[in-house]
Design a protein around this ligand. Structure first.
Ligand SMILES: [Mg+2]
Length: 323
């Protein structure tokens, strides 16, 4: 089957800046993909990496593939491509397959059931109090995610942890994400504080992505979820037998991630890398499938962090026309 690839760049600002131990994210830039087959059918995809280098690599790979190509050629390349590009192309092929072979109904997902990502630029305690009050009324998720290890407020995070635990209701869960920013010693200090804390769901990527030995060792003491390590060392997706934070937009062909999620013993949790409506279709679908599986956990969809507007519509054609 012959295919034509069309590409449009997009960018948008987040509604508030996200401060992590790795830096500040306030803007997303990427590419929208539209693939047309010889019967006039369309497939839609998004290339939306966090790292600038990955976007550059994706553009180089798209230049190499060329505007005119075939389905077989893309399928053969997918494994070698940057994860963000493989996600975009895989999602286009899934649309075309859905029209011609087996219908794939991409499910939606209610944002209110996502974990709540605490704002990183204001006092977390105030946000938690407000969220707890609201979620009782709205019946939204009882999972809170706290990104720690920001350079500018590092000195008071341990004290803040105690205050959070003082006010967090028993039916709430807490996820702590230092984005690889802790040393082994610092991780051990936090683990000592949290070891017997039933409200802690997991600590996400406590150590730098390369310290795999350290991560395996911490996981014998407390639930540890991997995130950045899985992007840098994809083989860990097979060998890490605890929680895995998977960001579909960075992960590669979404058809493969779907198969993984549907395995009964999967401990895979879906998380956003801040997408437009085109990428979000798959993020929502995977999140919806995850919570219907054997180990349901609130996905991390960062509700409210992307602005509103046509770029976030769930009809891909309207997103394409909006840029
Ligand atoms: Mg993370």
């Amino acid at each position: 089957m012959k295919l034509i690839i069309n590409i449009k760049p997009f960018s948008f600002d987040l509604t508030r800046k996200l401060i992590t131990s790795k830096g500040i994210i306030h803007k997303k830039i990427g590419l929208l993909l539209q693939i047309k087959d010889s019967n006039g059918n369309y497939g839609w995809g998004e290339v939306s990496p966090i790292e600038k280098k990955e976007l550059e690599k994706s553009i180089e790979s798209l230049d190499f593939i060329g505007k005119q190509t075939t389905k077989d050629s893309i399928e053969n390349y997918l494994f070698e491509l940057p994860g963000a590009l493989a996600f975009g192309l895989g999602s286009c092929l899934a649309d075309l397959e859905s029209l011609t072979h087996r219908k794939l109904n991409l499910e939606g997902f209610d944002d209110a059931k996502s974990a709540y990502l605490l704002p990183t630029d204001i006092d977390p305690l105030e946000s938690i109090r407000k969220y707890v009050d609201e979620s009782n009324e709205k019946k939204s998720s009882c999972t809170i995610k706290w990104k720690v290890s920001h350079l500018e407020n590092n000195f008071k995070e341990e004290k803040t942890l105690q205050k959070i635990l003082d006010i967090l209701p028993n039916n709430f869960k807490l996820r702590i994400d230092p984005n690889g920013g802790w040393s082994r010693q610092k991780a051990q200090e936090w683990i000592n504080e949290l070891k017997n804390e039933p409200r802690l769901e997991w600590i996400e990527q406590p150590l730098p992505s390369k310290d795999i030995e350290g991560l395996f060792s911490l996981a014998t003491q407390i639930p540890i979820a991997l995130d950045e390590s899985l992007v840098e060392f994809p083989y860990l997706r097979k060998t890490w037998k605890s929680w895995q934070i998977r960001r579909p937009a960075l992960d590669g062909d979404p058809r493969l991630l779907l198969k993984e999620i549907e395995q009964e013993d999967s401990q895979t949790v879906i998380s956003t890398a801040f997408e437009t409506g085109i990428g979000r279709r798959w993020v929502n679908h995977l999140a919806a499938r995850q919570v219907k599986g054997g180990n349901p956990r609130a996905p991390g969809l960062a509700p409210g962090w992307c602005p509103k507007g046509p770029l976030f519509n769930n009809n891909p054609k309207l997103v394409w026309e909006a840029v």
